[in-house]
Design a protein around this ligand. Structure first.
Ligand code: B12
Length: 212
Protein backbone atom coordinates (compact mmCIF):
# COMPACT_ATOMS: atom_id res chain seq x y z
CA UNK A 1 0.00 0.00 0.00
CA UNK A 2 1.31 3.44 -0.91
CA UNK A 3 0.90 5.86 2.02
CA UNK A 4 2.95 8.64 0.41
CA UNK A 5 -0.09 10.73 -0.72
CA UNK A 6 -1.03 11.19 2.97
CA UNK A 7 2.50 12.26 3.83
CA UNK A 8 2.52 14.63 0.83
CA UNK A 9 -0.83 16.18 1.81
CA UNK A 10 0.63 17.09 5.25
CA UNK A 11 3.81 18.53 3.77
CA UNK A 12 1.79 20.67 1.33
CA UNK A 13 -0.98 21.63 3.85
CA UNK A 14 -3.87 20.14 1.85
CA UNK A 15 -6.58 19.74 4.43
CA UNK A 16 -9.43 18.76 2.10
CA UNK A 17 -7.16 16.34 0.28
CA UNK A 18 -6.10 14.58 3.47
CA UNK A 19 -9.70 14.15 4.59
CA UNK A 20 -10.59 12.61 1.23
CA UNK A 21 -7.53 10.34 1.31
CA UNK A 22 -8.21 9.06 4.82
CA UNK A 23 -11.82 8.37 3.88
CA UNK A 24 -10.63 6.34 0.89
CA UNK A 25 -8.04 4.41 2.94
CA UNK A 26 -10.64 3.55 5.59
CA UNK A 27 -13.12 2.44 2.91
CA UNK A 28 -10.44 0.17 1.46
CA UNK A 29 -10.16 -1.49 4.87
CA UNK A 30 -6.68 -0.18 5.79
CA UNK A 31 -6.22 -0.32 9.57
CA UNK A 32 -6.16 3.09 11.31
CA UNK A 33 -2.90 2.15 13.09
CA UNK A 34 -1.25 1.71 9.71
CA UNK A 35 -2.57 5.04 8.42
CA UNK A 36 -1.09 6.71 11.51
CA UNK A 37 2.25 4.89 11.47
CA UNK A 38 2.96 4.91 7.74
CA UNK A 39 1.18 8.10 6.61
CA UNK A 40 0.48 10.72 9.27
CA UNK A 41 3.59 10.36 11.48
CA UNK A 42 6.06 10.24 8.55
CA UNK A 43 4.31 13.39 7.23
CA UNK A 44 5.02 15.32 10.47
CA UNK A 45 8.56 13.90 10.59
CA UNK A 46 9.20 15.26 7.11
CA UNK A 47 7.89 18.67 8.21
CA UNK A 48 10.37 18.49 11.12
CA UNK A 49 13.17 17.86 8.67
CA UNK A 50 12.14 20.77 6.43
CA UNK A 51 11.99 23.03 9.52
CA UNK A 52 15.47 21.97 10.52
CA UNK A 53 16.98 22.79 7.11
CA UNK A 54 15.11 26.14 7.24
CA UNK A 55 12.95 25.38 4.24
CA UNK A 56 9.88 25.73 6.48
CA UNK A 57 9.30 28.27 9.24
CA UNK A 58 6.77 28.38 12.09
CA UNK A 59 3.73 29.36 9.93
CA UNK A 60 4.31 26.41 7.58
CA UNK A 61 4.75 24.04 10.54
CA UNK A 62 1.46 25.25 12.02
CA UNK A 63 -0.37 24.73 8.72
CA UNK A 64 1.12 21.24 8.46
CA UNK A 65 0.08 20.48 12.05
CA UNK A 66 -3.49 21.56 11.23
CA UNK A 67 -3.51 19.23 8.24
CA UNK A 68 -2.09 16.43 10.41
CA UNK A 69 -4.90 16.93 12.95
CA UNK A 70 -7.59 17.00 10.22
CA UNK A 71 -6.52 13.45 9.37
CA UNK A 72 -5.68 12.31 12.90
CA UNK A 73 -9.09 13.40 14.25
CA UNK A 74 -10.80 11.20 11.63
CA UNK A 75 -8.99 8.03 12.68
CA UNK A 76 -8.90 8.72 16.44
CA UNK A 77 -12.41 7.38 17.19
CA UNK A 78 -11.64 4.23 15.19
CA UNK A 79 -8.47 3.66 17.18
CA UNK A 80 -9.98 3.94 20.62
CA UNK A 81 -13.43 2.39 20.08
CA UNK A 82 -14.62 0.57 23.23
CA UNK A 83 -11.12 -0.02 24.44
CA UNK A 84 -10.54 2.30 27.33
CA UNK A 85 -9.69 1.58 30.90
CA UNK A 86 -9.08 -2.11 31.24
CA UNK A 87 -5.33 -2.45 31.48
CA UNK A 88 -4.21 0.40 33.72
CA UNK A 89 -4.17 4.13 34.26
CA UNK A 90 -1.71 6.58 32.80
CA UNK A 91 -1.18 10.27 33.43
CA UNK A 92 0.46 12.03 30.48
CA UNK A 93 1.64 15.57 29.80
CA UNK A 94 4.21 17.81 28.15
CA UNK A 95 6.62 19.36 30.65
CA UNK A 96 6.79 22.97 31.80
CA UNK A 97 7.77 25.56 29.17
CA UNK A 98 7.12 23.22 26.25
CA UNK A 99 4.12 23.56 23.95
CA UNK A 100 4.99 20.79 21.48
CA UNK A 101 2.09 18.38 21.92
CA UNK A 102 1.70 16.54 18.62
CA UNK A 103 3.84 13.57 19.69
CA UNK A 104 2.22 13.45 23.13
CA UNK A 105 -1.23 13.37 21.52
CA UNK A 106 -0.19 10.45 19.31
CA UNK A 107 1.25 8.54 22.26
CA UNK A 108 -1.98 9.18 24.19
CA UNK A 109 -4.21 7.82 21.45
CA UNK A 110 -2.00 4.77 20.88
CA UNK A 111 -2.13 3.99 24.61
CA UNK A 112 -5.92 4.41 24.64
CA UNK A 113 -6.10 2.20 21.56
CA UNK A 114 -4.26 -0.55 23.38
CA UNK A 115 -6.64 -0.49 26.33
CA UNK A 116 -5.29 2.03 28.82
CA UNK A 117 -7.18 4.78 30.56
CA UNK A 118 -5.30 8.03 29.95
CA UNK A 119 -5.55 11.27 31.91
CA UNK A 120 -4.14 14.03 29.70
CA UNK A 121 -2.78 17.09 31.49
CA UNK A 122 -1.99 18.84 28.21
CA UNK A 123 1.11 20.89 27.43
CA UNK A 124 3.34 23.31 29.38
CA UNK A 125 2.32 21.52 32.58
CA UNK A 126 3.90 22.95 35.78
CA UNK A 127 6.09 20.40 37.60
CA UNK A 128 3.98 20.62 40.76
CA UNK A 129 0.83 19.79 38.80
CA UNK A 130 2.25 16.37 37.83
CA UNK A 131 2.99 15.65 41.50
CA UNK A 132 -0.49 16.75 42.57
CA UNK A 133 -2.20 14.52 40.02
CA UNK A 134 -0.01 11.49 40.80
CA UNK A 135 -0.92 11.96 44.45
CA UNK A 136 -4.65 12.30 43.75
CA UNK A 137 -5.16 9.82 40.92
CA UNK A 138 -2.59 7.14 41.86
CA UNK A 139 -1.88 6.18 38.22
CA UNK A 140 0.20 3.14 37.27
CA UNK A 141 2.32 5.22 34.90
CA UNK A 142 3.40 8.85 34.60
CA UNK A 143 4.35 9.61 30.99
CA UNK A 144 6.37 12.77 30.36
CA UNK A 145 7.01 14.33 26.98
CA UNK A 146 9.54 17.02 26.03
CA UNK A 147 10.66 18.25 22.62
CA UNK A 148 13.34 20.71 23.65
CA UNK A 149 16.76 20.42 25.23
CA UNK A 150 15.80 23.46 27.31
CA UNK A 151 12.70 21.80 28.82
CA UNK A 152 13.80 18.17 29.20
CA UNK A 153 15.50 19.14 32.48
CA UNK A 154 12.05 19.30 34.08
CA UNK A 155 11.77 15.51 33.80
CA UNK A 156 14.59 15.13 36.28
CA UNK A 157 13.05 17.76 38.58
CA UNK A 158 9.69 15.94 38.50
CA UNK A 159 11.34 12.63 39.45
CA UNK A 160 13.17 14.36 42.32
CA UNK A 161 9.91 15.91 43.51
CA UNK A 162 8.19 12.51 43.41
CA UNK A 163 11.00 11.15 45.57
CA UNK A 164 10.72 14.04 47.97
CA UNK A 165 6.97 13.54 48.36
CA UNK A 166 7.46 9.78 48.81
CA UNK A 167 5.43 9.10 45.67
CA UNK A 168 8.21 7.70 43.48
CA UNK A 169 7.54 4.06 44.41
CA UNK A 170 3.81 4.38 43.70
CA UNK A 171 4.24 5.13 39.98
CA UNK A 172 6.42 4.12 37.04
CA UNK A 173 7.80 7.10 35.15
CA UNK A 174 8.37 6.91 31.41
CA UNK A 175 9.89 9.63 29.25
CA UNK A 176 10.00 10.46 25.54
CA UNK A 177 10.27 13.11 22.87
CA UNK A 178 12.83 13.93 20.19
CA UNK A 179 15.78 15.00 22.41
CA UNK A 180 15.31 12.15 24.94
CA UNK A 181 17.50 9.03 24.84
CA UNK A 182 17.68 5.79 26.80
CA UNK A 183 20.88 7.10 28.33
CA UNK A 184 19.15 10.25 29.57
CA UNK A 185 16.23 8.22 30.95
CA UNK A 186 18.69 6.05 32.90
CA UNK A 187 20.60 9.07 34.13
CA UNK A 188 17.55 10.75 35.63
CA UNK A 189 16.19 7.52 37.11
CA UNK A 190 13.14 7.04 34.87
CA UNK A 191 11.66 3.55 34.54
CA UNK A 192 11.59 3.60 30.77
CA UNK A 193 12.04 5.37 27.47
CA UNK A 194 10.62 4.73 24.01
CA UNK A 195 11.43 6.34 20.71
CA UNK A 196 7.93 6.44 19.28
CA UNK A 197 4.26 5.85 20.06
CA UNK A 198 4.27 2.16 19.14
CA UNK A 199 7.32 1.70 21.37
CA UNK A 200 5.55 3.58 24.17
CA UNK A 201 2.67 1.09 24.24
CA UNK A 202 5.08 -1.87 24.19
CA UNK A 203 7.03 -0.27 27.03
CA UNK A 204 3.92 0.26 29.16
CA UNK A 205 2.73 -3.31 28.48
CA UNK A 206 6.12 -4.56 29.64
CA UNK A 207 6.26 -2.38 32.76
CA UNK A 208 2.76 -3.36 33.86
CA UNK A 209 3.00 -7.04 33.06
CA UNK A 210 1.59 -9.06 35.89
CA UNK A 211 -0.01 -5.95 37.29
CA UNK A 212 -3.58 -6.86 36.36
C1 B12 B 1 5.87 21.11 15.18
C2 B12 B 1 6.95 21.96 15.83
C3 B12 B 1 6.56 23.15 16.44
C4 B12 B 1 5.10 23.61 16.51
C5 B12 B 1 4.39 22.85 17.66
C6 B12 B 1 2.94 22.55 17.37
C7 B12 B 1 2.36 21.59 18.40
N1 B12 B 1 1.11 21.80 18.73
O1 B12 B 1 3.03 20.68 18.87
C8 B12 B 1 5.27 25.13 16.78
C9 B12 B 1 5.33 25.84 15.45
C10 B12 B 1 4.20 25.78 17.64
C11 B12 B 1 6.66 25.15 17.41
C12 B12 B 1 7.10 26.17 18.24
C13 B12 B 1 8.38 26.27 18.74
N2 B12 B 1 9.41 25.43 18.48
CO1 B12 B 1 9.20 23.73 17.53
N3 B12 B 1 9.27 22.20 16.46
C14 B12 B 1 8.32 21.53 15.83
C15 B12 B 1 8.98 20.39 15.01
C16 B12 B 1 9.18 20.92 13.58
C17 B12 B 1 8.25 19.07 14.92
C18 B12 B 1 7.81 18.42 16.25
C19 B12 B 1 6.77 17.37 15.97
O2 B12 B 1 5.58 17.60 16.10
N4 B12 B 1 7.24 16.19 15.48
C20 B12 B 1 6.36 15.09 15.05
C21 B12 B 1 5.97 14.18 16.21
C22 B12 B 1 5.09 13.05 15.67
O3 B12 B 1 7.15 13.61 16.74
P1 B12 B 1 7.59 13.75 18.28
O4 B12 B 1 7.01 14.98 18.85
O5 B12 B 1 9.06 13.54 18.35
O6 B12 B 1 6.86 12.55 19.02
C23 B12 B 1 7.16 11.18 18.81
C24 B12 B 1 8.29 10.63 19.72
O7 B12 B 1 9.22 11.61 20.14
C25 B12 B 1 7.59 9.93 20.84
N5 B12 B 1 7.21 10.66 22.06
C26 B12 B 1 6.82 11.95 22.21
N6 B12 B 1 6.48 12.19 23.49
C27 B12 B 1 6.62 11.05 24.17
C28 B12 B 1 6.41 10.74 25.52
C29 B12 B 1 6.69 9.44 25.97
C30 B12 B 1 6.47 9.11 27.40
C31 B12 B 1 7.18 8.46 25.08
C32 B12 B 1 7.52 7.10 25.58
C33 B12 B 1 7.39 8.76 23.72
C34 B12 B 1 7.11 10.05 23.28
O8 B12 B 1 6.41 9.45 20.22
C35 B12 B 1 5.93 10.41 19.28
C36 B12 B 1 5.13 9.75 18.21
O9 B12 B 1 5.83 8.74 17.53
C37 B12 B 1 10.33 20.22 15.79
C38 B12 B 1 11.50 19.62 14.98
C39 B12 B 1 11.73 18.15 15.26
N7 B12 B 1 12.43 17.54 14.37
O10 B12 B 1 11.29 17.59 16.26
C40 B12 B 1 10.61 21.65 16.26
C41 B12 B 1 11.45 21.89 17.53
C42 B12 B 1 11.09 20.88 18.60
N8 B12 B 1 11.04 23.25 17.93
C43 B12 B 1 11.99 23.97 18.40
C44 B12 B 1 11.85 25.32 18.89
C45 B12 B 1 13.12 26.01 19.34
C46 B12 B 1 10.59 25.98 18.93
C47 B12 B 1 10.29 27.41 19.42
C48 B12 B 1 11.05 27.81 20.70
C49 B12 B 1 10.42 28.53 18.41
C50 B12 B 1 11.26 28.42 17.25
N9 B12 B 1 12.26 29.26 17.22
O11 B12 B 1 10.99 27.65 16.37
C51 B12 B 1 8.76 27.44 19.58
C52 B12 B 1 8.16 27.50 20.97
C53 B12 B 1 8.19 26.21 21.73
C54 B12 B 1 7.78 26.11 23.13
N10 B12 B 1 7.84 27.05 24.06
O12 B12 B 1 7.40 24.99 23.42
C55 B12 B 1 13.32 23.20 18.40
C56 B12 B 1 13.78 22.77 19.79
C57 B12 B 1 15.28 22.94 19.97
C58 B12 B 1 15.75 22.50 21.30
N11 B12 B 1 16.07 23.42 22.18
O13 B12 B 1 15.84 21.34 21.58
C59 B12 B 1 13.04 22.05 17.37
C60 B12 B 1 13.82 20.75 17.62
C61 B12 B 1 13.38 22.59 15.96
C62 B12 B 1 14.84 23.00 15.80
N12 B12 B 1 15.69 22.14 15.30
O14 B12 B 1 15.18 24.11 16.11
N13 B12 B 1 7.38 24.04 17.06
Amino acid sequence: MDFSPIKKAIVSFEEEKIKKLIEEFIEKGIRPQEILEHGLIPGMKEVGRLFEIKEYYVPEVLLAAETFYAGFNMIKPLLIENKSGRKGRIVIGVVQGDIHDIGKNIVKVMLEASGYDVIDLGKDVPNERFIEVVDQEKPDILALSSLMTTTMVHMEIIIKLLNKKRLRKTVKVIVGGAPITQEYADKIGADGYAEDAAGATRLVDRLLQGNE
